[in-house]
Design a binder for this molecule. Structure first.
Ligand SMILES: [Zn+2]
Length: 205
């Protein structure tokens, strides 16, 4: 192990290692977080630990849309005010939060939990594609909006899904190119995202 960890006491070294495994946390940040926790009041540290355990024990994937949820099916899927013939396909649960913030979309969602990425050995089987096909069989779906991110993997995934879904009947559209290339749906501002939704276009292929 690196010097910055080995010099710390056992439990602290373990904490640093665990933080280092998180996305976007380098060795320095991991160390800073660990020492911050050391100085934190015991009650606060316990609250944080409980929140982490809670999220793993109480949060499940919605049986319909695969979004993370505390109730089954999730609140969006059971909301009578949502348009059930419209499904917006996103990469990650955080993308739903971004689209919901716009306040303009009133359909349902489907979370893939990733994108097709041959480099990382991720094919369609690793994503929630079968679950999406299942919904097309059982529900009256009129349009599928592909809202994967505007990058190579997101485009490839949208292309793949377009080819797969179109023969099954629904209209298949893709978010308009208002999103910055390489930018994530998750980080897009409300206006850009609303425009991308409004300007969505038929997937060619
Ligand atoms: Zn759901």
């Amino acid at each position: 192990m690196n010097g910055y960890v080995s010099s710390a006491a056992g439990p602290v070294a373990r904490l640093i290692e665990e933080f280092h495994k998180l996305p976007g946390i380098g060795p320095k940040s991991a160390q800073r977080l660990a020492y911050h926790l050391l100085r934190m009041p015991a009650a606060q540290a316990r609250t944080l630990a409980e929140a982490i355990v809670d999220v793993k024990e109480r949060i499940v994937l919605c049986s319909a849309c695969q979004n993370v949820t505390e109730i089954q099916p999730c609140r969006i899927c059971t909301d009578p005010g949502r348009e059930r013939s419209l499904i917006c396909v996103v990469e990650e649960p955080l993308d739903i939060l971004a689209l919901e913030r716009t306040g303009t979309y009133r359909g349902l969602y489907h979370v893939l939990h990733g994108v097709i990425s041959p480099m990382d050995g991720i094919g369609p089987e690793e994503l929630k594609v079968q679950e999406l096909l299942q919904r097309l069989r059982s529900d009256e779906v009129r349009e599928i909006i592909l809202a994967t991110n505007p990058n190579i993997e997101g485009d490839a995934t949208a292309m793949y899904l377009g080819r797969l879904l179109r023969p099954l009947g629904p209209r298949v559209t893709r978010l308009a190119r208002g999103l910055p290339v390489g930018g994530d749906v998750e980080y897009a501002d409300d206006i850009t995202l609303s425009r991308a939704l409004e300007g969505r276009q038929e997937v060619q292929g």
